[in-house]
Design a protein around this ligand. Structure first.
Ligand code: SF4
Length: 64
């Protein structure tokens, strides 16, 4: 699985960080997400897909 974030759309709501902290983080001084891993392991699929669904800006894309 490959994850990407459209930083033009991300507004730093951090829902993704709550759902999948192994994959997403918010840098302290920033208002945008920082992708910790672009190719997370399969066992994180459920949380990554939840993050994509929960993102209010629809900024997260998950590709198989
Ligand atoms: S939930 Fe969406 S808008 Fe919020 S930090 Fe994550 S990617 Fe950005």
């Amino acid at each position: 699985m490959r994850v990407s974030v459209d930083l033009d759309e991300c507004l730093g709501y951090a829902n993704c960080v709550v759902d999948a902290p192994q994959v997403f983080d918010i840098v302290e001084d920033g208002m945008q997400v920082h992708l910790l891993q672009e190719n997370p392991p399969e066992e994180l699929r459920t949380s990554v897909e939840a993050a994509a669904l929960d993102c209010p800006a629809k900024a997260i894309t998950v590709v198989d």
